[in-house]
Ligand binder design. Structure first.
Ligand code: NAD
Length: 311
């Protein structure tokens, strides 16, 4: 039976541990957290061992979820990969492009899977949307969250906007000719709210807004293409479609809602990761995808920094 471990069992890592525990074909070998009390607590909850030495956990596992703060992803993942373990690394993959490339090199040389936790890819709204999106010309993305004081080692672009950047690249492609952005720190010393405009080589344009200081949570993408509008509500688990039916001068607008409901995206993500490891498959969101998202995120961040210098 494949043996799994989780490094970093805070808010999100706890869910990873619970999912591995509940999948019949996996044994949750244990958890490690730099906060030993937290590791002990989650191990008791999940009925597994906890380790005070990360290398001891690595010895007992085939694959791991890494759900430590973003600033530590590189060092933790490097250690796991060097030990020959497949890794599901939470988003953002790393903070720098160089770190991401280094990890990819180690994984490639050892034939290991790296999957990145771009969780929305496992939302049924995403999988259902692909057959509706034909030639997208314009999109508006909103990802707003209440302030939690978690993930303040990174700005809102690497924390939240990166989810939408990844989704947009999957739909619009990666030929971005122009990036313009603005953002400001409000509650932390990093950018807490940001807006970015991406222009693609075919003229398509996407506006992204991300905030981690909102009074309500929103996760939506609105896509416009010739003759139709597709509204994706990742939070509600709903797709709204309005489309023009009929010919020129004789058309009507047909609207419909596809109520997909919410599903367990973390479980789906982990099952997909295990499938890649066991059957030598390419991950739905692999290191290459995450590197591209990180490249765009870095362009957004440098656009904001340039603008701040002017203010
Ligand atoms: P958190 O602060 O609740 O948990 C982080 C845990 O890691 C803590 O328990 C901490 O003690 C531990 N830790 C810190 N450094 C460590 C190290 N070097 N080795 C081992 N353990 C260490 O944070 P969180 O909200 O759970 O976020 C963790 C990661 O998950 C971040 O990368 C974040 O971006 C990501 N995340 C992803 C999503 C998503 O939708 N995919 C959602 C939330 C968080």
């Amino acid at each position: 039976m494949i043996k799994a471990g989780v490094i970093g069992v805070g808010y999100l890592g706890r869910f990873h541990a619970q999912k591995y525990r509940d999948i019949d074909t996996v044994e949750l070998a244990g958890v490690y957290d730099s906060n030993t009390d937290r590791a002990r607590e989650i191990a008791a909850e999940c009925g597994c061992d906890f380790f005070t030495d990360v290398d001891e956990l690595l010895e007992k596992t085939d694959l791991l979820s890494i759900a430590t703060p973003a600033a530590t992803h590189y060092e933790v993942a490097l250690r796991a990969l060097k030990a020959g373990k497949h890794c599901l690394v939470e988003k953002p993959f790393t903070r720098t492009l160089q770190e991401a490339r280094d990890l990819m090199k180690v994984a490639d040389s050892k034939g290991l899977v790296i999957q990145i936790g771009h969780l929305e890819r496992f939302n049924t709204v995403t999988s259902r949307s692909y057959s509706l999106i034909k030639e997208p010309r314009f999109a508006e993305c909103h990802r707003l969250a209440q302030f939690t004081a978690r993930s303040t080692d990174i700005d809102v672009i690497l924390d939240l906007m990166i989810h939408d950047i990844d989704l947009v690249l999957a739909v619009f492609g990666d030929k971005i000719t122009e990036v313009d952005a603005a953002g400001v720190p409000v509650l932390t010393d990093k950018i807490d709210i940001a807006h970015a405009k991406l222009v693609f080589d075919n003229g398509a344009m996407v506006n992204l807004t991300a905030s981690r200081i909102s009074n309500k949570a929103v996760r939506k993408m609105r896509i416009f293409q010739r003759y139709s509008y597709i509204g994706l509500d990742y939070q509600k688990g709903e797709i709204e479609v309005f489309e023009r039916l009929g010919g020129e001068g004789n058309y009507r607008i047909n609207g419909r809602v596809l109520p997909l409901g919410t599903t367990d995206a973390i479980r789906a993500e982990i099952i997909s990761f295990i499938d890649c490891v066991e059957n030598n498959k390419k991950p739905v969101v692999g290191a290459e995808n995450a590197l591209k998202a990180l490249e765009v995120a870095q362009r957004v961040i440098s656009g904001i920094e340039k603008r701040m210098d002017l203010i």
